[in-house]
Design a binder for this molecule. Sequence first.
Ligand SMILES: *Cc1c(COP(=O)(O)O)cnc(C)c1O
Length: 390
Amino acid sequence: MVRDGSPQTFGQFGGRYAPDELEEVLEDLATEYDHLKDDEEFREELDELLRNFAGRPTPLYHASSLSEEYGATIYFKREDLVHGGAHKLNNALGQALLAKHAGKERLIAETGAGQHGTATSFVGAHTGLETEIYQGKKDAERQRMNVFRMEQMGATVNKVTRGGSGLADAVDAAMEDLIKNNENTHYLVGSVVGPDPWPRMVRDFQSVIGEEAREQILEQEGKLPDAAVACVGGGSNAIGLFHPFFDDSEVDFYGAEAAGKGLDTNQHAAPLSEGKEEVYQGMRTRVIDDDVEVHSIAAGLDYPGVGPEHANYQELDRCSYRGIVDEDALQAFQDLCKYEGIVPALESSHAVALAKELAAEMDEDDVLLVNLSGRGDKDVEKIAEEYLQD
Ligand SMILES: *Cc1c(COP(=O)(O)O)cnc(C)c1O
């Protein structure tokens, strides 16, 4: 077989920085993916699952009250209505199907708060593939209901005790599992991060967000939006929204990073606003400084690095990234509840807060397309207990 699984880069970022044992595994994965992504049968099977299992297409919703309050015409792409309550299932379905076609018997995944572990458990149960989740012990203890839910779907949850017992340690543990068991195992990475081919593969699976939104906004507004806005953790929901608009130069892109307690403090998760270029977890990208403790009110944004394609979008000036502090995200969460009757995830609330900033700089006819990456049911208890006490 001719191997053409050579690593792709995004400008100076991305690539494939992996231990020797993984080189061939990743090359094979890239080759398999390049072959399958244009395969008609694979596309049809995935489309059917996206429709009938995930609940796509998701609506594009004109938020008229919030538009009036914020001062621009605001539309939400409702990924909060995907099965499981977030965009993560789009990617999990794509990779699980890929694993099945590649003849794998086992899925593994990392998870932080448990959202991606849950999405992987859904698709593990659906496909019948054996599923093992790696989660930092600290995270697993804080998220016991998510652990229980994953186990109900037949997944095994491995609690990782090394390092800081967090997300980065769970990724390392999953990589080691892949090195040992690559013959029968697919590592279902949860965002546009890691070595090639994951950043581009996850981007393609999430691009269904932008593809649908582009058609829907043309139908509902009769024109493309003036700006597209999304929150950025690893960056998968944002790149999924942006990618289909990449060549539409009239559509400005805005990414909301977690500024945590403030960009000038040492508690945030904003590598694009305040970070440095380095090789991290298999990719060249931007990472927060060593003296910064990774922090966000939103568990899904609590990651020290970012997808390499975002680092390149920034380099190309294609997207502006701004930090949103915890407090502003919390205010946006309350705004969306109050004006629209929608309870957003705290991650998505960062995008809403950025939309508020942008709307203040725009005219009321200017159209903002905002990705609502997930619903906030998972966050209400924490918000009630920690942030909104009288
Ligand atoms: C995981 C998560 C995110 C962050 O991940 P990205 O890869 O940056 O999209 C954002 N929103 C929600 C609701 C999530 O669950």
